[in-house]
Design a protein around this ligand. Structure first.
Ligand SMILES: [Zn+2]
Length: 329
């Protein structure tokens, strides 16, 4: 089950918010050795072409129309299953039950304190279940609060999969360590509340990245998703491109035409307001926009109409990749 490994939760956490865009790329093939730590550098590993989720052969689709940049005829169309290299799945080992996987709009939920410990200035919290999406898969960490009767609330500043314990979500907080440690000893009941404005934005940013995969494919580009960076400070998706794609980068006119074409295709796709399908097969969570599916552990909109407007801002070619930068209205 290559995909299971590829998607294993705990695959590298992405860039820290605010730092330059360096969304990590998990090695597509050999599993598990990647720690949850944010790697210093994004290694552009070729995305496992067509992760074969559920044993389904990826269906190919003929390009709908000629792209502005001609694609070489001899090359096979990109597969419809397009897991980006940094996909973060919703897999097997979930020590902390990850409630956000089932409902993007669940902003508040009860939980039980499992453990509280100190890490420098931070008060770190483990819960039995959480509504907080940990940073990873190109999506930023949720923030919010954890509160309990009679205790000063904790401010959750960063959430990630624990580096040393598989399947455990770690909440980094600001607050009263001693009081919360005592509460953890009693396994106290708490209430988790995510900042819903940020959650909605992150879901839209991440979903826009997936819809871009659909646009790229529908237009007929033979680009394969490499990695995504769905942070508000400059979101993009990188694609592994052909020689043709790289040539196009030098042709400003062609580039402008492609940006225009992508913008129009996104508008058309958003106008369709199609339902986003989330399924789980053999512990692998798959998210499908239109008929393009991909292993993913992110929070997503329910239908593409929620994206309102996505604008492709620029294309940047680098070695074998084409970075498509976008904004969400
Ligand atoms: Zn995703």
């Amino acid at each position: 089950m290559e995909l299971t490994h590829l998607l294993a939760i705990g695959l590298p956490v992405q860039t820290l918010a605010g730092s330059p865009a360096k969304s990590s790329t998990a090695p597509a093939a050999p599993p598990a050795k990647a720690p949850a730590a944010a790697p210093k550098k994004a290694a552009a590993s070729p995305a496992a072409p067509a992760a074969k989720a559920g044993g389904k052969a990826p269906a190919a689709k003929a390009p709908a129309k000629a792209a502005a940049a001609p694609a070489p005829a001899q090359e096979a169309p990109a597969p419809r299953n397009m897991s980006p290299a940094n996909a973060l799945g919703g897999p097997a080992a979930q020590k902390t039950r990850q409630l956000y996987l089932d409902n993007t709009y669940l902003f508040e939920h009860a939980a039980t304190l499992m453990d509280v410990w100190e890490d420098g200035e931070k008060v770190c919290v483990e819960l039995d279940q959480t509504v907080f999406h940990p940073q990873g898969g190109g999506q930023p960490s949720d923030v919010g609060t954890i509160s309990a009767d009679g205790l000063p609330p904790l401010e959750v500043t960063f959430v990630a999969m624990d580096k040393s314990r598989e399947g455990v979500v770690r909440h980094d907080c600001k607050g009263d360590l001693a009081a919360w440690r005592a509460a953890a000893a009693e396994r106290r009941a708490v209430v988790c509340k995510v900042d819903d404005t940020k959650r909605r934005l992150f879901a839209r940013l991440h979903s826009a990245g997936h819809l871009l995969d659909v646009a790229v494919h529908d237009i007929g580009f033979r680009w394969r998703p490499g990695k995504g960076y769905h942070f508000a400070d400059g979101p993009y998706v990188e694609y592994i491109v052909t020689e043709e794609g790289r040539k196009m980068d030098k042709d400003l006119k062609a580039k402008e035409a492609v940006i225009q074409e992508l913008c129009e295709k996104m508008k058309e796709l958003i106008g369709k307001a199609s339902k986003v399908q989330v399924t789980k097969v053999d512990g692998v969570r798959t998210v499908a926009f239109e008929d393009v599916s991909c292993g993913c552990g992110g929070t997503h909109v329910q239908h593409t109409g929620e994206l309102l407007e996505v604008t492709v801002k620029k294309l940047t070619a680098k070695k074998d990749t084409m970075r498509v930068s976008y904004t969400v209205a």
